[in-house]
Design a protein around this ligand. Structure first.
Ligand SMILES: [Zn+2]
Length: 412
């Protein structure tokens, strides 16, 4: 059943407009205080240090990317939120006027922070590189109490303390458009008991973040609450009920989402009905091609991920070849010497700068000899692939042909 949303359901300050819905499929528009707009569903590339790696902000805008995700933890360490604020905030600092999302810093506190001391109480140790390794005493990363997360800088060993209030203050000073509440991102390996305790703590932090945000916001920033609870039905429901009852501008879904896109779909199906229709929904850390479809058809508006940019830097490009849609041009180089002579672009019908100007043979060569320009060229192709896909998905939703499009896309 198609449904045009009347203007009365627009959010305050015109931050988010829901333009069209059809079941869980949604078309919306996010707008920042500068007046820049982002059509949703949208993929939000990660710009960890206020830069999408290998691209400058002008290139990012030229690619039509109107939303990026900056990591608060990294910006807090270097150059520091006070310097960014003095220089006019992130938009001015990086010369980018699109929508800037920041996280709370909590995730990196866990994933990058190092052990303070052995034997401190209430220590959690979670993310190995793959986020899967068993906990051991040597991997203790940060101390979490009901009041704060304490961790050691991965850059200079400084001890840093993150409270709900100073996470919001840092993001406030950075001047991002969309801020996230501080939460504890628990490991997929965490027990039910720990996930429950952690989720309940995150709810208290969400309240403190919201209070502090309301005191400091000048009307040009928007705060998202985060639904936690891992892969546990009752915990997700409790978190969703509480977070969605508060006056957040948008709702994010974080934490462990299970191990497959089916798990993601299941978790989203539990909670999506709790989120008010008129609020934008962000899924944290999701971004493979199948996951994007899963997120969109379960009512998600935006999602961030390092996949297309990180893959580019390791020589993996996105192509219209299901089921994985990726091709490793470096492996091809080693396995098939003929590919050194491939006198054609990554994709014949791709309209990106890289495919219009360079051949696979040349890109292979650049990668092999370690020329850094190849990082830029492959990143451009991959982000253009994602952008084109999201454009086509939005078009298909509007034409009521989403599932037809999806079937065709995966059968190609
Ligand atoms: Zn291309």
């Amino acid at each position: 059943m198609q449904n045009y949303i009347p203007n009365t359901q627009k959010q305050k300050n015109n931050f988010f407009e829901l333009l069209y819905t059809n079941g869980n499929l949604r078309i919306g528009k996010l707008r920042n205080s500068i007046g820049q707009e982002l059509l949703t569903p949208a993929f939000i590339p990660v710009a960890t240090n206020a830069s999408i790696r290998a691209l400058d902000s002008i290139k990012v805008k030229e690619l039509g990317i109107n939303g990026i995700f900056v990591n608060t933890y990294h910006m807090h360490l270097t150059p520091g939120e006070d310097i960014v604020e003095e220089l006019g905030g992130l938009h001015k600092f990086m010369n980018y006027d699109g929508l800037i999302f920041t996280d709370s810093g909590g995730f990196q506190a866990f994933s990058l922070g190092q052990a303070i001391t052995d034997g401190v109480g209430k220590i959690v140790s979670i993310f190995s590189k793959e986020g899967r390794k068993k906990q051991t005493k040597q991997e203790k990363l940060a101390e979490v109490t009901d009041e704060y997360i304490v961790f050691k800088s991965h850059i200079d060993g400084r001890i840093l303390k993150l409270t709900p209030e100073n996470s919001i203050l840092i993001q406030h000073k950075l001047g991002s458009d969309i801020l996230m509440v501080l939460d504890e991102c628990t490991s997929p390996l965490a027990s039910y008991e720990y996930t429950k305790l952690s989720m309940e703590r995150s709810l208290k932090w969400a309240l403190r973040c919201l209070d502090f945000f309301k005191q400091h916001n000048k009307g040009n920033q928007y705060l998202y609450g985060i639904i936690q609870g891992g892969y546990h039905y009752d915990l997700r429901i409790k978190s969703a009920e509480f977070i969605c009852s508060l006056d957040f501008d948008g709702i994010a879904i974080g934490g462990s989402l299970g191990t497959s896109k089916d798990n993601i779909a299941e978790i989203l199906s539990w909670i999506i009905g709790y989120i008010p229709q008129e609020k934008p929904r962000h899924l944290l850390g999701i971004g493979s091609i199948p996951e994007i479809f899963t997120a969109i058809e379960n009512g998600i508006d935006t999602f961030d991920c390092v996949i297309p940019t990180r893959y580019a830097r390791t020589g993996t490009v996105f192509v219209n070849e299901p089921p994985n849609f990726i091709r490793d041009i470096t492996a091809k180089y080693y396995k098939n010497l003929e590919s050194r002579k491939y006198d054609f672009p990554i994709e014949q019908d791709c309209d990106c700068y890289t495919c219009k100007n360079y051949t696979v043979a040349y890109l292979n060569h650049l990668f092999y000899v370690g020329e850094i320009s190849v990082m830029t060229l492959l990143t451009i192709h991959n982000l253009n692939f994602y952008n084109k896909l999201l454009n086509r998905i939005r078009q298909a939703i509007l034409e009521n042909k989403y599932f037809e499009f999806k079937k065709h896309f995966f059968q190609k």
